[in-house]
Design a protein around this ligand. Structure first.
Ligand SMILES: [Fe+2]
Length: 401
């Protein structure tokens, strides 16, 4: 079987990772700016390791690793596979070189093509499932490549730009409108044939009371009003852990904001830009999102409210910025759906083992690859995470009548 939409998409996604690397120097690709972020070179190698480990090792009769050391260096978190290089020290991997990693990519790609072309129809079922997962996995890493590069470049006093083109100015915003949703017993989670991650299953029922959801995200201008109202000095607005976090980290504004000579600027992939007050506020911890909601006399939506609204007929016209700007913090802890079962073997470590001490974010962001988002998609991060594309959509409960 030489061609199919899946293998074509796999080729495109592999190519896309190289396109994301194109504006960077070899030095840009090696550095790691913090323990949570990974170097571009590591992302390029790890996404290849995934195909080598979960496909080639099972499907090649005479499998041999491209390089035995890569099995350890580029294993992210799969204990079932074996040893791992420590995550906070990925930026110390000056060897293998970027060229060697690119050769690794090419080698694994050629071997995947061969496995695909020689697979029996029985093998194709499992192979297609794993190839799809590898494509989705690489797309997840493509978003991380951009967020991690953004963080790295933000640490440089010269504020270098990743993009060479100019940013487009946001269109002026109308005040937030509140979109009402009736109380309902919902089917939550993924159902049907298309791809989803295991954490979106099984589809199950959840009851939500009547609520309203903001038709757009909170803007930079609105968040600036929150700062100027003294919110970062007002403990009453913050969750207890949030107040401690903000005090210990001395937080006073979103991650990439800078105040220079009385003007607010924001570091973006276009370099340092005057703060665009009409753009959605981005790069906030869950604590900041919750405090803003408190100040605005609203709250964060639950993940079930968000999914209900996103799948509602007419939602595309009533609600904007659901998938194209920032992930939206919810008040829902990242937990298994009733009846959740992780896959057997190491691949089962993909999502399930992270279901503790994290919150669900819904939607998608400007950095999410095209075609990767879904209404049932569950992203998740610790409440302190700020380097991801995280913003705020507000909700309010309606009184029962
Ligand atoms: Fe990964």
């Amino acid at each position: 079987m030489t061609n199919s939409p899946l293998i074509e998409r796999w080729r495109e996604v592999r190519q896309r990772s190289l396109q994301l690397m194109a504006p960077l120097s070899a030095e840009d690709c090696v550095a790691q700016s913090m323990p949570d972020a990974s170097p571009m070179k590591w992302h390029l190698a790890h996404t290849t390791w995934f195909f080598e480990t979960f496909i080639l090792e099972s499907f090649e009769p005479d499998f041999q690793a491209f390089h035995n050391a890569f099995r350890i260096l580029f294993n992210s978190y799969y204990n079932g596979i074996g040893e791992k290089h420590p995550r906070p020290q990925r930026g110390l991997l000056t060897r293998p070189s970027l060229d060697q990693v690119l050769a690794y990519r090419l080698n694994v790609e050629q071997r995947i093509e061969k496995v695909w072309q020689t697979a029996t129809s029985k093998q194709l079922v499992k192979l297609s499932e794993l190839l799809e997962l590898g494509v989705q996995h690489e797309q997840q890493h493509q978003e991380l490549m951009l967020t991690d590069i953004k963080h790295l470049l933000s640490c440089n006093s010269l504020f270098p730009a990743y993009f060479s083109h100019k940013p487009t100015a946001a269109i002026p915003l109308a005040p937030i409108q509140w979109v009402p949703f009736e109380a309902s017993l919902l089917d939550i989670g993924h159902i049907g044939h298309g791809f989803c991650f295991d954490n979106e299953r099984p589809c199950h029922r959840q009851f939500v009371e009547a609520f309203v959801l903001s038709d757009r995200l909170v803007s930079n201008g609105e968040y600036l009003a929150f700062i100027e109202a003294g919110a970062y000095q007002n403990a009453a607005l913050w969750l207890a852990e949030g107040w401690d976090y903000l005090s210990s980290q001395k937080l006073r504004h979103p991650l990439y904001w800078h105040q220079i000579d009385g003007e607010w600027y924001e570091f973006t992939l276009h370099g340092l830009q005057l703060l665009d007050k009409h753009q959605p506020v981005c790069h906030l911890s869950g604590f900041e999102a919750a405090a803003y909601a408190q100040w605005a006399k609203a709250r964060l939506p639950t993940e079930f409210e968000w999914e209900y609204a996103a799948g509602y007929t007419g939602a595309e016209t009533a609600l904007s910025q659901m998938f194209d700007c920032c992930w939206q913090w919810t008040s829902s802890s990242y937990a298994p759906y009733p009846g959740f079962e992780a896959a057997t073997g190491a691949i089962g470590e993909y999502n399930g083992k992270f279901m503790v001490n994290q919150y669900v974010l819904r939607g998608a962001s400007a950095f999410t690859p095209t075609g990767h988002s879904r209404t049932t998609y569950r992203n998740f991060f610790p409440v302190t995470a700020r380097w991801q594309m995280t913003g705020i959509r507000l909700a309010k409960s309606l009184q029962a009548t």
